[in-house]
Design a protein around this ligand. Structure first.
Ligand code: UT7
Length: 338
């Protein structure tokens, strides 16, 4: 048995001020001769609007959003930045390649006693980081961890592709995770994590990294932006989200009825509904923010969690299943007794 348990004691979230409606996107694309409509976007994805950072606004950098979310989570937990031992920051849109966004956050927060790391598992990143925090806390190496999922996806949107540019938004979510007695019921119960690099092509950014550093041609051809096979990804998403949720429930001998809340990654409302149906989880138990924020990758699950905690929906003692998939492809499900 582990020495300790890890328990979530605070949540927070932050969004840029700028709201981009579907109609705004219709007008933006029309300027380049690309057609779309508010109705198509709503019906096919469930998204009405999303937030986007204003380019160059230092208050809306990835780390600035992460900072605002972290402050809110620390306040709820009643902790100070100096209390943090570990900052685990999930992002695929870092402020800078080096230093890590977690170090930018540490600098701004004054978390002088922490070690800070970034992790890129795209949309599954928050669950990967939460699991790392859980493990370090269980072994006794870390007492208090700050786990963040934050993205400025507007920086990698491919505005020449109407199939993907409508989906993404910017946001940050954070949780404080703390050491508790090994037998405490209110804890992170388990994580089921995996990845499948064979499926890299379904969602990737071909250039702009060390393999193909950005050139004028690469930028002109949008090769440093998201390339997505939406139709295939949709099928894999439904299959894997369902399978990871089932594996996790089975591991804990739980039935879907015993679950209080389900927080799936928010990539498309139709994916969420299909998964809920396959799991026999009624939509009343499924927490959703995709209508207002779109797909915010690693920020999705912690922002949904924070909203539900602050609304008094998620209460102490309740069982919450979080379930994600993302570029890589990466997959993960984490079960928490709140
Ligand atoms: O974090 C993970 C990231 N992403 C995902 O998980 C994405 C998963 N996939 C999806 O969410 C959906 O596949 C999309 C929302 C991306 C697309 O919806 P779909 O129902 O799978 O549409 P489709 O790609 O099969 O395209 C249907 C039609 C096509 O036209 P034709 O070939 O039938 O004439 C598209 O060109 O819809 C067209 N289309 C659009 N029309 C208007 C694609 N995008 C648009 C658009 N506006 N924005």
């Amino acid at each position: 048995m582990a020495n300790f348990a890890a328990t979530i004691t605070g949540t927070g979230s932050a969004f840029p001020a700028g709201i981009v409606t579907n109609q705004d996107i219709v007008e933006k694309l029309a300027a380049s001769g690309i057609e779309t409509s508010d109705q198509w976007i709503r019906e096919r994805s469930g998204i009405r609007e999303r937030r986007m950072s204003a380019p160059g606004n230092a208050e809306e950098y990835n780390s600035a959003l992460g900072f605002a979310a972290s402050r809110a989570a620390l306040e709820m937990a009643g902790r100070k930045p100096e209390d943090i031992d570990l900052i685990a920051y999930a992002t695929c849109t870092p402020d800078t390649v080096i230093p890590s966004t977690s170090c930018w956050l540490q600098h701004r927060l004054g978390a002088v006693n922490a070690w800070a790391m970034d992790l890129n598992a795209a949309c599954s990143g928050f669950l990967y980081c939460l699991s790392i925090a859980d493990q370090f806390i269980q072994t006794g190496q870390v007492k208090t961890a700050l786990v963040i999922g934050a993205e400025v996806l507007s920086s990698i949107i491919n505005w020449s592709d109407r199939g993907s540019c409508i989906l993404f938004g910017d946001a940050a979510g954070a949780v404080v995770v703390e050491r508790a007695e090994a037998d405490t019921p209110n804890r992170i119960l388990s994580a089921t994590l995996r990845s499948d690099g064979n499926l890299w092509e379904l969602l990737h950014i071909p250039a702009g990294g060390s393999r193909f550093p950005a050139t004028a041609e690469i930028i002109r051809d949008y090769l440093n932006k998201i390339q997505m096979n939406g139709r295939e990804l949709f099928k894999v998403a439904v299959r894997t989200l369902t399978s990871f949720a089932k594996q996790t429930l089975k591991k804990h001998k739980l039935t879907p009825e015993e679950l209080d809340w389900f927080i799936p990654h928010q990539a498309n409302i139709r994916i969420i509904e299909a998964v809920a149906e396959r799991l026999s989880i009624p939509m009343e138990k499924v927490l959703v923010n995709i209508d207002r924020f779109g797909n915010t990758s690693s920020a999705t699950i912690p922002t949904v969690l924070d909203e539900a905690v602050r609304a008094g929906k998620i209460r102490k003692g309740q069982t919450v299943l979080m379930d994600a998939f993302g570029s890589g492809l990466t997959f993960g499900a984490v079960l928490v007794r709140y």
